[in-house]
Design a protein around this ligand. Sequence first.
Ligand code: ZN
Length: 345
Amino acid sequence: MPTRTSRGILDRLKGGVVLGAEGYVFELERRGYIKAGPYVPEVVLDSPDALRELHREFLRAGADVMVALTYYAHRGKLKDVGRENDLEAMNRQAVRIANEVAREGDALVAGDICNTWAYDPKNKDASSKVVRAMYEEQLSWAVDEGIDFVIAETNDYLGEALIALQVIKELKFPAMVTLATTRPHQTWDGYDYVDACKILADHGADIVGLNCDRGPVTMMPIIEQVRSRVSGYVAMQPVPYKTEPAMPTFESLKTADGTNVFPIALEPFLCTRFEMADYARRAQALGVNYIGICCGGSPHYVRAMAEALGRTVPASKYSPAIELHPVIGTRVEEKEKEFLVDWKG
Ligand SMILES: [Zn+2]
């Protein structure tokens, strides 16, 4: 196992906010390296340079954590695309690449596991064994390649999240466990989201919270309650989409004519970088410890969030200087701006 040189996740959280960055699968799909639908991270083996580049862009934008792209790199999903034989190679390579890029800065490497689609509360004992074996398998490779902590994410079931937590704790790694919030108030096995976070924390999860599905506006109210119920570290990684009470998740977003836009026509609902910066500030004020972004995330959001948290990051070198813009910049005579107003009017 490679030696870990940087400060661990718990040390960093003690010192202040840790900035996360995810959304690898969605972004690499947009860039043409992952197929929408199955969303299996085939890019890890087929185009490792594309993955390396995205890690690097997140690192330059200020991400403190390189999350290994092992999301959906599990036995069930690889079978769907006929690549079950690539399972180990894909998992190992993803962690290796995350490590390579993390070393270019001072980032941590997170092993990543997620909902398996194999957990069945009606057949809890048997399905738990299958899920546990999948997590053990993925994490044994991750640990072998070198990780600092583990993120278990987009958990629809508390029961499945608890299995992930147990496996992570047996391996003696810090555990960040976050829930998906596709339903109004409860996990798919019927636990209120806030209660479920409390239960995870009580079972030893070092960081608990929510990721994916909801944009900042509809995730924040639940996170506020989690923050008030849980004494440990809290994580929030929303999707950068304008969800609202009537359409609280990105899966529920519809255009005015009623067309569903999830998952590949979501662009009209994207947040601006300013909205994501504002979210980061509000999360920090609320006492959220791990502030990140999920599906739809891209480097310009992460840089805006980092700067909102008061940081100057490598990509800040090219942060906007709109005052220098030839038409809308402040150095331009009012008269010259008139054509813009006319055109808009
Ligand atoms: Zn997501």
